[in-house]
Design a protein around this ligand. Sequence first.
Ligand code: TYD
Ligand code: MG
Length: 460
Amino acid sequence: MAKVKTTYFCQSCGTQHNKWTGQCGSCNEWNTLVEEKVQKETKNDRLQVFASNKNAKTRNNKSVLLQDVGLQDYPRIAVPGKELTRVLGGGIVPGSLVLFGGEPGIGKSTLMLQLALRLKNLKILYVSGEESEQQIKMRAERIGVTTESCFILQETNTQNIFQQIEEIQPQLVILDSIQTLHTSYVESSPGSVSQVRECAAEFLRFAKETNTPVFMIGHITKEGSLAGPKVLEHMVDTVLQFEGDTNHVYRLLRATKNRFGSTNEMGIYEMNGDGLREVTNPSEILITHREHATSGVAIAATMEGNRPMLIETQALVSSAAYGTPQRSSTGFDLRRLSMLLAVLEKRCGFRLAVKDVFINIAGGIKVEDPGIDLALVCGILSSNEDLPIPQNVCFAGEVGLTGEIRSVNRIEQRISEAQKLGFEKIFISSYNKKGLDLKQFSIEIITVSKMEEVFQKLFA
Ligand code: TYD
Ligand code: MG
């Protein structure tokens, strides 16, 4: 008879406590400790479950010289679509465990099903604990791709899943989602921290021992009612994050952790009636081509990872109706906006303290690149003075606390992208000029070092 042990898990950070306390000593969150029963399992019968998998390699763990380790044993599995390939760092690594997180309704199941349908030469097992076979079939019909090598399994018990895996011998396993799974070796309910961690650990062992890649979908809820994928991040090789505004069509795929590639890369998708479509030319979509220039609109030449992207920023400055002026921002950090406004007020003498300021980044996209600052500031000034910025102008620069325009990385790529899209002028920091061969560009490059200078050169 297995011994039943009771412990307390923090639902926020996953730390295990022996006693209940009001505050988690690890992450300092209040009222997050939940009692869970953990059954001490007998290790042996668990390992039997997938020991007979044919893909399994018998490992002889001996030390080898690094120079003798061959990479050819691990060719990556090519995935359809450039965006996913790039974010994964060049394809799926055999035996890797990938966590794919995102808010509900963002399109995680759709993207994973699309991957399963398009990988035609691989045997795939798509395990769904959330949807019925019929629902998945309907979704597949909507996506409109047919395949003969994708198995669907509606199951939540991991022991049953491993039995099916043994029968089918899939080359890729997709779990939708990790929070719905449960293992018989732990007694707490599905979605609790210990269940999620234990199920993930089983699949981690399975992935490493059989060299089969596993994708796990994980939920993120604002309330934290489900065990957040944060607990899993240490375990997995790659964490992919799907983000975007569900009211907009664009979705961003980022890798926040990747043992097999860069975390700078980003993929952009568009949610259509027939599934997710890749966006290969984001700049062309994110810029509205207007007949007349409008005040408050400025184009920023930003970088998303290693990819240049031109984004439209919009600002609206109006007299405050109430005593406390409003500042609101969509797609841009509000505190950074306050900082930029303070710089304009203090260093450049613009009276914005009595004005409402609203900022919007087109397409529902969130931008973290500081190179967007200059465009935003120019947009704010343009709206404030009601002077439109010419449509053939774009910006790339960071604004410092003293009002100086600071240099940004990969300036050549930004300039080339702006030139490619037909812009005629680009404002950059004068500190970026060093080592830059201006003659290679046909676009006019205007270098600025201070905010005041930008204003003169732009509206003179
Ligand atoms: P879903 O993949 O179920 O999201 P998640 O698994 O992350 O919760 O998809 C969410 C939304 O996508 C759903 O509300 C409907 C929409 N959708 C489309 O617009 N077009 C499509 O072809 C599909 C399959 C879904
Ligand atoms: Mg789903």
